[in-house]
Design a binder for this molecule. Sequence first.
Ligand SMILES: CC(C)(COP(=O)(O)OP(=O)(O)OC[C@H]1O[C@@H](n2cnc3c(N)ncnc32)[C@H](O)[C@@H]1OP(=O)(O)O)[C@@H](O)C(=O)NCCC(=O)NCCS
Length: 153
Amino acid sequence: MNYDRANLLDLSVLACIEKECFPEDAFSLRLLKNLLTNAKSVIIKVTTPSGKIIGNIIGVRKKENNKTIGRICSLCVLKKYRKKGVGVQLLQLLQEEFCKSGITEVRLEVSTHNEAAKQLYKRSGYQMTNTILRNYYNDGTDAVVMRKNFFCH
Ligand SMILES: CC(C)(COP(=O)(O)OP(=O)(O)OC[C@H]1O[C@@H](n2cnc3c(N)ncnc32)[C@H](O)[C@@H]1OP(=O)(O)O)[C@@H](O)C(=O)NCCC(=O)NCCS
């Protein structure tokens, strides 16, 4: 698999991938376009050797008080390619991008029902916080906030 920064040419494919992963909460084309062009956001795509995009991760740098933290907005791997380490690798590469901007704290929201994602994040060193966001998703499910502090080499 190849991992690389996504660009505007990837817009429509990324929109389809988001829809497959988040049928109820997919980012709109407009929001994705904004994320692809905004200097504060990072989208990393993963491509098969034949050039098909099969997943992506979206992160945003966010100022909080005097500190910049990273936020993970989306992580998606197409069904057929799951459970092969692609999600963990995308997460690792986004963390490295964050490190380049001096970010050492990352937060994310994940559905309380999403065992696969919660496991992936736990395995990658993220911890659950006490913050539960009620009715966060369009289907009415809650989100839990997870966070990680790390050192950059
Ligand atoms: C969550 C998601 C990105 C995981 O991607 P993936 O490429 O399959 O993940 P990986 O293969 O890197 O898995 C890493 C670890 O996550 C955990 N994990 C992944 N899928 C899992 C599942 N179905 N059940 C339980 N744990 C799971 C495991 O601990 C796994 O490590 P292991 O294979 O050594 O046991 C993928 O399932 C997905 O796109 N889901 C739909 C969208 C989504 O829910 N995104 C997260 C929202 S924030």
